[in-house]
Design a protein around this ligand. Structure first.
Ligand code: AMP
Ligand code: ZN
Length: 498
């Protein structure tokens, strides 16, 4: 039996949202995978819900690479065109925040892109292969809009360009991803001023004329304006992955209208089906409701790592939070609570202890444990639509036999021990992206360090009250050297571990 990862690559099945079934994963070009995931709109700090989606696709990226595929993973940064109500009206989210924070829109973009990267780094999320920005691809977006107009599926009105859903639907299937029918969409559409310009209420903007107040603007054949939110993803995915690519992902809430519109734009432009597999990650909820930036129902990662929140009783490390998320399947809803995080922390510690033990296990001439079967089961779990909870259950099973070997109730040959050590390392570090080593110590350290840092922050506050800025800066700089970042905000001072 050969147990190298590539032998399992043919057995991968993924849940394709467009067919509503689990399908065998066969990439368009053997050995290569092109994957596009909608990135964040960088107008505020990422909350834990956003992080869940990016962690879900990080697992998919990691596992595909583990299976031996050469993956080109494109995840964009939305830095223009995403309007307040996720449709064709209202202010640009970034421009609005720029006014509130009295900054340039591009300062907002920079600030929150940096926050996004730092946060995902803390969660050990790998960087994508390409991270394009919407504003860096205005020309490509304009070219695609021109082509859609030429094909008869879009029209210009008062300097804006709209996609003609009814014309498109006459020869294509608008609604095939979300399962919505075109008449329902009509009744759902709100009465907004831009509706007067549209031929039909279901139409959506490809390009919007910029009013004199709108600062984020670019010249175009239709006058000064800015692109619609959906067209940026069509432009960036096709530029780097071609007109047809393997996987398109994003959070479940993007299925409609965003992804439905992406399909329509791409098909109108190329007459080809752009995406083979649509993968949607489910939502992280808090108090049973979707975590969201626009309602205040959310928690920020730094609030969890520093203990600066009223929801959780203690500090949790990024590794524990990541592990907590992976204990649910990416297509299931997951609710965040103190109890659930505490349970995940216990499981994490149990695994860490077993893995430490693994390096000191004695081997025998033969095995009473079937390691090969265990390895196949781990691959079967991940091949079943990236079933991380199942893989984690297998890791707990390994804990039991590691314990049994330690206690002399089971035995393992040196060859099997080698295999077990290698595969556990691969599944935990490479695939799940969770570091378990010496984690018990690091948990204890965090529990000890946090109150100590709090004491220093109090000292620093006192120094600041006394206008002793030299001392307060010294405390901040020393903590920074130790990898502890201080953040001052209106709500007070918080800290996080880098
Ligand atoms: P946004 O920055 O709002 O465009 O969102 C970035 C990504 O986070 C998108 O893929 C969303 O679908 C996803 N997202 C937003 N809220 C949640 C949530 N509560 N749980 C999981 N993913 C979310
Ligand atoms: Zn997108």
């Amino acid at each position: 039996m050969t147990l190298s990862s590539s032998t399992f690559a043919n057995e991968l099945k993924v849940y394709n949202s467009i067919s509503g079934t689990k399908e065998s994963f066969v990439p368009l070009k053997e050995g290569y995978v092109g994957m596009y995931v909608c990135g964040p709109t960088v107008y505020s700090n990422v909350h834990l819900g956003n992080c869940r989606t990016f962690i879900s696709f990080d697992i998919i990226f990691r596992y595909l690479m583990h299976l031996g595929f050469k993956v080109r993973y494109v995840r964009n940064i939305t830095d223009a065109g995403h309007l307040e109500n996720d449709a064709d009206e209202g202010e640009d989210k970034i421009a609005k925040k720029a006014k509130i924070e009295e900054l340039e829109p591009m300062e907002i973009v920079q600030k929150y892109t940096v926050d996004f990267h730092q946060t995902l780094n803390q969660f050990n999320v790998l960087a994508p292969s390409i991270e394009p920005t919407a504003t860096g691809h205005i020309i490509e977006q304009i070219e695609i809009i021109k082509s859609i107009i030429d094909k008869g599926y879009a029209y210009e009105k008062n300097g804006s360009v709209y996609f003609d859903v009814i014309a498109f639907n006459a020869s294509h299937d608008y609604g095939k991803l979300s399962g919505r029918n075109i008449d329902d969409m009509r009744s759902e559409t709100r009465t907004l001023s831009a509706q007067d310009e549209k031929k039909n209420p279901q139409d959506f903007a490809l390009w919007k004329k910029a009013s004199s107040k709108h600062i984020m603007r670019w010249p175009s054949p239709w006058g000064d304006g800015f692109p619609g939110w959906h067209i940026e993803c069509t432009a960036m995915s096709s530029k780097y992955l071609g007109d047809q690519f393997d996987i398109h992902g994003g959070g479940m809430d993007l299925k409609f209208p965003h992804h439905e519109c992406e399909i329509a734009q791409a098909e109108a432009h190329t007459d080809k089906t752009p995406v083979k597999y649509w993968l949607h990650a489910n939502m992280l909820t808090l108090n049973g409701k979707k975590m969201s930036k626009s309602t205040d129902n959310n928690i920020y990662p730094f609030e969890i790592f520093s203990g600066e929140n009223s929801i959780l009783s203690k500090v949790y490390t990024p590794a524990v939070v990541r592990f907590f998320m992976l204990q649910a399947h990416y297509t299931s809803i997951l609710d965040l609570s103190d109890n659930a995080l505490a349970a995940a922390e216990k499981g994490y510690q149990r695994l860490s202890e077993a893995l430490e033990l693994l390096n000191t296990l004695p081997s025998s001439t033969n095995s009473t444990v079937n390691v090969e079967q265990w390895v196949s089961d781990c691959y079967a779990a991940m091949n079943d639509d990236f079933n991380t909870p199942m893989l984690i259950a297998k890791l707990f099973e390994a804990c039991k036999f590691i314990q049994g070997i330690e206690e002399g109730k089971e035995s393992i040959s040196s060859e099997d021990l080698n295999l077990l050590q290698n595969k556990i390392q691969e599944f935990t570090t490479d695939v799940l992206g969770v570091q378990f080593e010496s984690s018990k110590a690091s948990q204890e350290n965090t529990a000890l360090i946090s109150p100590l840092v709090e004491m220093l922050l109090e000292e620093r506050n006192l120094a600041r009250d006394n206008k002793d800025y030299q001392k307060s800066d010294e405390i901040r700089d020393k903590l920074k050297q130790l990898g502890i970042e201080i953040k001052d905000s209106k709500e007070g001072t918080s800290f996080s571990f880098n």
